[in-house]
Design a protein around this ligand. Structure first.
Ligand code: URA
Length: 441
């Protein structure tokens, strides 16, 4: 089989067979197919797309290119959750304890932040002592004893995705719906859970800026999951506005704890309740109404917060900072961002808000950059709010005085303040399953 023929076949819009796809992925991982040929193939996919069958086959090959985690020694139904990424998205820190408090097992491998989006592993590491790299047996023991454990991805999970993603990143082929679906679902299938809930973000802070693209991605991923025998569903949620009020690592852990104490922001609380209820639903705990009621109960009676404490303790983290969030290390430089005029906030470019937080030190530009865990932004006003000249719009936190002004400039450039309010957007747009799309009211 010649790689040249596979490239020209895809360039001409034809579908590759399982045998051809196997040659492609396995050959690339073994180093037998050079980057320049794989780049040409990826660009052909970018323009021609892939059939459902090709996408499912490629995902299975990517999943099987490294370790396939076998979670069978963990009792109960294991449910994974994945967000396509956003700004202020601390949902895993809330949803995993909520689901575990209601009886499903969450054995989750999460990622680090890159670019303007945050990552759960970085957020967890802002808790002093927290270990996010556990050997397999310890990972399983923590899930069996507490119901949940969240760690970083093991070294040999989906090596094909690592190579392909790095190549896509430098060949302008990231923004391809089938390639994103293969990349995300390859990792999810390798991680071994029985059910997968996807949180597909849409809007200015998300990978997919339009509802149409987010829906297509959700449908593609649900179809891959189901064809691999996993119960899979997706919620499409709003990322045209940061989720909650806090952006930045320890600031987001603090907000997650407050949310589990049932005193979190309304938007974050609502999204988390629905995500967790959908995880229970996939696990077969009951109908949606029952699942929603169970999740709300675990929020109100403190059992979900207790789950977070158990997980943090089992992973070596200092539970005193969770019990009393004022004990988190504080940023040494604090600056208020003041409204320059009267009006209503009609738009927050969410990616730009995330970049402002990165300027303060909360994110990394390259993989090797160090993170400042206490850096970030606390929003005091959001889209829809009325503001008066002189009001505090947000508070910036960091440890480098010289970063405050550029971050403030960046943050202000993300906001649109106009004389009239804009129409309020939905928080949850739709639920996608293999049976179809349910649009939210
Ligand atoms: N996240 C992934 O894991 N892969 C992609 O291709 C895009 C987002």
């Amino acid at each position: 089989m010649r790689m040249y023929d596979l490239i020209s076949k895809k360039r001409n819009g034809e579908a590759l067979s399982r045998e051809e796809m196997t040659h492609l992925i396995e050959g690339y991982v073994r180093g037998e197919i050079p980057d320049y040929q794989m780049s040409a193939f990826l660009m052909a996919v970018y323009f021609q797309g892939m059939t459902k069958e090709e996408t499912a086959i490629m995902t299975q090959l990517v999943a099987g290119s490294g370790d396939m985690v076998d979670l069978s020694s963990i009792e109960g139904i294991k449910v994974d959750k994945h967000s396509t990424g956003g700004v202020g998205d601390k949902t895993t820190l809330i949803v995993a304890p909520l689901a575990a408090a209601c009886g499903v097992k969450v054995a989750k491998m999460s990622g680090r932040g890159l670019g303007h989006t945050g990552g759960t592993v970085d957020k967890l590491e802002s808790i002093p002592g927290m270990r996010v790299s556990l050997e397999r047996d310890e990972f399983f023991d923590v899930v069996n004893s507490t119901g949940l454990c969240v760690i970083g991805q093991s070294g040999n999970l989906t090596p094909a995705d690592k190579k392909l993603y790095a190549l896509r990143d430098v060949t302008a082929t990231v923004e391809s719906i089938p390639l994103i679906a293969v990349s995300i679902m390859g990792k999810k299938l390798a991680a071994g859970s029985d059910c997968i809930l996807l949180d597909v973000k849409t809007g200015s802070g998300a990978f997919m800026n339009t509802l149409e693209d987010s829906l297509a991605l959700a449908q593609e991923m649900v179809s891959i999951g189901e064809s691999a025998g996993k119960k899979t569903a997706a919620l499409i949620t709003n990322m045209d506005i940061p989720l909650g009020n806090n952006i930045g690592n320890s600031l987001e852990v603090i907000e997650a704890v407050e949310t589990l104490q049932n005193r979190g922001p309304e938007d974050l609380t609502k999204v988390c309740i629905h995500l967790a209820a959908n995880m229970l639903y996939l696990a077969g705990i009951g109908d949606m109404e029952t699942c929603l009621a169970k999740v709300k109960e675990s929020l109100e009676n403190g059992t979900a917060l207790q789950k977070l404490l158990e997980m943090v303790e089992a992973q070596g983290g200092d539970i005193n900072v969770i019990k009393d969030v004022s004990k988190f290390e504080k940023a040494s430089v604090v600056k208020e961002v003041i409204s320059p005029c009267d009006g209503y906030i009609t738009f927050m470019n969410t990616k730009e808000c995330g970049i402002a937080s990165c300027i303060l030190g909360a994110g990394r530009e390259t993989k090797d950059d160090e993170i400042d865990y206490s850096a970030g932004i606390v929003l005091k006003k959001k889209t829809g709010d009325k503001v008066t000249k002189g009001d505090v719009l947000a508070v910036l936190y960091g440890n480098k005085e010289e970063k405050m002004q550029p971050a403030e400039k960046q943050f202000l450039s993300a906001l649109k303040i106009e004389p009239h309010p804009s129409v309020k957007e939905k928080l949850i747009y739709a639920r996608v399953t293999i049976d179809g799309v349910e649009w939210a009211d």
